[in-house]
Ligand binder design. Structure first.
Ligand code: NDP
Length: 334
C-alpha cells in the first residue's frame, strides 16, 4: 500500500529540509576562521545557490499545494508580504548605501520578495560590509556587496559594467546613499554644500545614468530614489540637504516621463523621521520633541521604508511612475 502524504507531511518535510540546511550554514559560518574576503565571498556564493534552491523548492511546493488545497498555503510562501501578496519574480536589485540603517531594511525587504540583492559600500567600510553580509546570511538572506563611491561617476560606470556582466541585468535600482552636513546658510561652508549635493543628488545621476541604457534595452526597470520629508517641506539648518532631496523629486518626475513607455518606472520614497541608530542615539528629550510633532505618534521603522520600496519595485507596480510615497507618519501631507 502506498503512503498517503497529507499537506502537513509536505510542510513538515520542507521545514525539516530548510532547517537542516540553515543549521549547516550557521555551523559553517561559526567555524569559519579565514578572514580573507575573497574566500568569504566564494562561500557566500555557495550558500546563495543553496538558499535559492530551497526557496525555489518551497515555492514549487506551495504552488502545488495551493492547487490541491486552495486558500490554505498563504503561510507557506517564503517571500511576499502584506504589501504585495505575490512574491516577485527574482529580479536583480542594487541598493546604494545598502549597508546603512534604512538601506539594510530595503535590502531585507527586496530579498524577502525573491530578488537577488546587491548592496554598495565605500572602500573604508570593507570590513563592516563583510560583517554585515555575514549577519544577513545568518538571517537566511544571501545579499551580495560591492564597493562603490557613488559621488564618482567613473566608479559608478565601472560598477555597472561589472554587475551587468556578472548578473546579466540590474532591473531594480534604489538610490539610498545619503549624508547630512547641517548648519544654517549663514554659517554653511561651501564644502558642506558640495558634499551633500554630491552625495545625495549628483550620485543619483551617476548611478542611474550608468544603469539606464541596460534597462532601456531590456524594456524593464524599477528606479526608486530615497528622498526625504525635508525635501518636500524644508527644514531649518538643512538648505543643502533639502535642496538635494527636492532635486531628487524633480529628477524622478522628469525621468519618469522620459521612460514611461519603455517599461521603466521611476518613483521616490520620502521617509519622515526613522528610528535608525543615528536617530535613536539622539538625546531622549530631542527624540520626544520630534515625536510630539508626528501625528502617528512615533518614529518610523526602517522596515516600513523597506516595504514601500518593495511595493514600488514589484512587477505589479508598473502603472505607478513619477510618484512619491511619503512614509512620514503624517508629519507632512503635501
Ligand atoms: P545611513 O548613514 O545609515 O545610510 C546611508 C548610507 O549611505 C551609509 O551606508 C553611507 O556610508 C552611505 N554613503 C554615504 N556616502 C556614500 C558614498 N559617497 N558612496 C556610497 N555610499 C555612501 O543613513 P540612513 O539609513 O538613515 O539614510 C538612508 C537614506 O534615507 C539617506 O538617503 C537619507 O537621506 C534618507 N533619509 C533618512 C531619514 C532618517 O530618518 N534616517 C529620513 C529621511 C530620509 P557611511 O556610513 O560610510 O557614511
Amino acid at each position: 500500500m502506498s503512503t498517503q502524504f497529507t499537506q502537513g507531511d509536505y510542510l513538515d518535510m520542507i521545514t525539516e529540509f530548510t532547517d537542516q540546511l540553515q543549521k549547516t550554514r550557521t555551523d559553517m559560518i561559526e567555524n569559519w576562521h579565514d578572514p580573507m574576503s575573497v574566500s568569504m565571498n566564494s562561500f557566500f556564493e555557495f550558500a546563495g545557490i543553496a538558499n535559492s534552491a530551497v526557496n525555489t523548492i518551497a515555492q514549487q511546493h506551495a504552488a502545488a499545494l495551493e492547487s490541491f488545497f486552495p486558500q490554505t498555503t498563504a503561510n507557506v510562501a517564503t517571500s511576499g508580504s502584506a504589501v504585495t501578496s505575490q512574491p516577485d519574480t527574482g529580479h536583480v536589485a542594487l541598493v546604494t548605501g545598502g549597508i546603512g540603517g534604512i538601506g539594510t531594511d530595503i535590502c531585507r525587504s527586496l530579498a524577502k520578495h525573491g530578488n537577488k540583492v546587491i548592496a554598495t559600500f565605500i572602500s573604508f567600510e570593507a570590513e563592516r560590509a563583510i560583517e554585515w553580509q555575514k549577519e544577513r546570511l545568518e538571517e537566511g538572506l544571501d545579499i551580495h556587496v560591492v564597493e562603490c563611491d557613488v559621488t564618482n561617476y567613473r566608479a559608478c560606470k565601472k560598477m555597472a559594467k561589472e554587475l551587468e556582466a556578472k548578473y546579466d541585468s540590474v532591473d531594480i535600482l534604489v538610490n539610498c546613499a545619503g549624508i547630512t552636513r547641517d548648519s544654517t546658510l549663514k554659517k554653511m561652508e561651501q564644502e558642506n554644500w558640495h558634499a551633500v549635493l554630491d552625495t545625495n543628488l549628483d550620485s543619483v545621476f551617476n548611478v542611474t545614468r550608468s544603469f539606464i541604457n541596460g534597462m532601456v534595452k531590456r524594456q524593464y526597470g524599477r528606479i526608486i530614489n530615497i528622498s526625504s520629508v525635508n525635501g518636500l517641506k524644508g527644514q531649518f539648518g538643512q538648505t543643502n540637504y533639502s535642496a538635494a532631496k527636492a532635486g531628487m523629486v524633480g529628477f524622478t518626475k522628469s525621468l519618469a516621463r522620459e521612460l514611461a513607455d519603455g517599461g521603466i518606472t521611476v518613483n521616490t520614497v520620502s521617509p519622515g523621521y526613522v528610528g535608525t541608530s543615528l536617530v535613536e542615539a539622539m538625546p531622549k528629550e530631542i527624540v520626544d520633541s520630534i515625536v510630539s510633532t508626528i501625528p502617528v505618534g512615533r518614529l518610523g521603522k526602517p522596515s516600513e521604508i523597506g516595504d514601500a520600496v518593495a511595493f514600488l519595485a514589484h512587477t505589479n507596480s508598473g502603472y505607478i511612475t513619477g510618484s512619491d510615497i511619503s512614509v512620514n507618519g503624517g508629519l507632512y501631507m503635501g
